[in-house]
Design a protein around this ligand. Structure first.
Ligand code: HAM
Length: 428
């Protein structure tokens, strides 16, 4: 049987209805904020991403689908081509190629479509995935650099998430400075890294020299305490960047957009300057970023174009749909937990625990000894329960229950006395 390639998937009805709903809502919101659609090619010359996104990023160094398009005739040169891993570089290329700065106005452009990255597939992470994104770009004389644009983009994102009905998101915000203040920060990072890089992974050791900012993207668990102790970018922002960020925050406060400043969030693409942001959602597990974006004030010039500051974002549509589906399932089910007896002897204990919890007002269900652990977790998920509580001999002996959060996948031990509070605290 020929199957879809690893990391790709078919979107089938009824799910496609939700995809269409999301896309229609996005188009409506974009129209309200005066954005128009742009469609760029699905593949571009490799150089665009190397120069735009940056050669030391994970995306360019590890994840691109690149091939050599061989010359057919002696007069033609062979070309290295790449399936787009993101759309910002393509939009800025198009802005330059079609002289869009000519109008003197801000260009407010949105796009919907597939992107490609060779990442390790898992829930919420695919090799072909879909983004809904937008960029504001234009000459500085059109106000493209001003903090009002940043605040407007974030305000629109809140409106968009509201329109599709997503709740429970968190907005993380940071400023990564500009070409004026970044060198001092890079230098501070290099110096701090010189003393510790030998204890870090091979990527970090290399990046400590070539592009120290990218060390902050490292996901290797052992490297995290070292990274935590590195200098913070906020301490190196120059006065204009500091003032810009202060104004963005003040406008968000005025608009009532809640955010948390996260000084470690530098985002995994080299073009960012000043404001960067990510919205995360608790239903998404490890791949929790539902969207990301920021300013790219130097990108046009990096690609050989005119000075054209800009800011934009891309929503991971796959993740947005997953989060909405999880939210819907949760809304349909009031079930907090499935109590799982591990073996026949445990049935009575499980039933007793269920009784206590039910009496205290918590909705729970009980499985039985015929369920193996994996099947119990699957059943709990199908039932829409938030937790599975394991009742086995060890639990009875120690008085502590293993409780698995089915959304995050995390498992913790909770003492019997604290169980009621633990299960009912969710979602409040
Ligand atoms: P990004 O953070 O690389 O930014 O991707 C944006 C969003 O796309 C992520 O937050 C995530 O939801 C989704 N995404 C990324 N990779 C995958 C994957 N393998 N599977 C599923 N979803 C994924 C950019 O792409 C920038 N171009 C955003 C931007 C626009 N910045 C300024 N303008």
């Amino acid at each position: 049987m020929i199957k879809a390639v690893r990391g790709t998937r078919d979107l089938l009805p009824p799910d496609t209805a939700l995809w269409n709903f999301v896309e229609n809502k996005a188009r409506e919101v974009f129209a309200r904020y005066n954005y128009q659609e742009i469609r760029t090619p699905v593949f571009e010359s490799t150089e665009l991403f190397e120069r735009g996104v940056g050669e030391e990023t994970d995306i360019v160094s590890k994840e691109m689908f690149t091939w050599e398009d061989k010359a057919r005739a002696a007069s033609e040169k062979s070309l290295s081509l790449t399936l787009r891993p993101e759309n910002t570089a393509g939009v800025v290329r198009a802005y330059i190629e079609h002289n869009l700065e000519k109008s003197g106005l801000l260009q407010k452009l949105y796009y919907l479509g597939p992107q490609f990255r060779r990442e390790r597939p898992q829930k919420g992470r695919y090799r072909q995935f879909y983004q809904i994104g937008a960029e504001i770009i234009g000459p500085p004389s059109a106000g493209s650099e001003l903090p009002i644009r940043d605040a407007e983009v974030l305000d629109m994102l809140v409106a968009l998430l509201d329109a599709v009905g997503l709740t429970g998101w968190t907005l993380f915000l940071n400023s990564v400075g500009c070409s004026n203040c970044r060198p001092a920060y890079n230098q501070a990072l290099r110096e701090a890294l010189a003393a510790v890089k030998d204890q870090m992974c091979a990527d970090c050791r290399r990046r400590a020299e070539t592009n120290p900012l990218r060390v902050l993207d490292c996901k290797v668990v052992e490297d995290q305490p070292i990274i935590e102790a590195l200098p913070k970018i906020a301490d190196y922002l120059d006065e204009p960047c500091r003032e810009h960020f202060a104004q963005v925050k003040a406008m968000l406060d005025e608009l009532g957009v809640p955010y948390q400043v996260n000084e470690r969030m530098v985002r995994g693409l080299d073009y960012y300057t000043r404001t960067t942001f990510e919205f995360t959602h608790g239903e998404l597990g490890a791949q929790s970023a539902v969207l990301g974006g920021g300013r790219f004030d130097g990108l046009s010039e990096e690609l050989g174009g005119p000075r054209a500051p800009g800011i934009g974002f891309a929503i991971g549509e796959d993740r947005l749909v997953l989060a909405l589906q999880a939210q819907q399932k949760k809304a349909e089910s009031a079930l907090q937990a499935l109590i799982v007896p591990l073996g026949k002897e445990m049935n009575r204990h499980a039933l007793k625990l269920a009784k206590e919890l039910r009496e205290a007002g918590v909705a729970v269900d009980v499985s039985d000894e015929s369920f193996r652990l994996k099947k119990s977790f699957e059943t709990a998920e199908k039932l829409g329960a938030t937790y599975a509580v394991l009742v086995g001999e060890n639990e009875m002996a120690s008085g502590e229950f293993a409780v698995k959060n089915l959304e995050s996948g995390e498992q913790t031990k909770v003492a019997r006395a604290g169980l009621l509070k633990y299960l009912s605290a969710d979602g409040i």
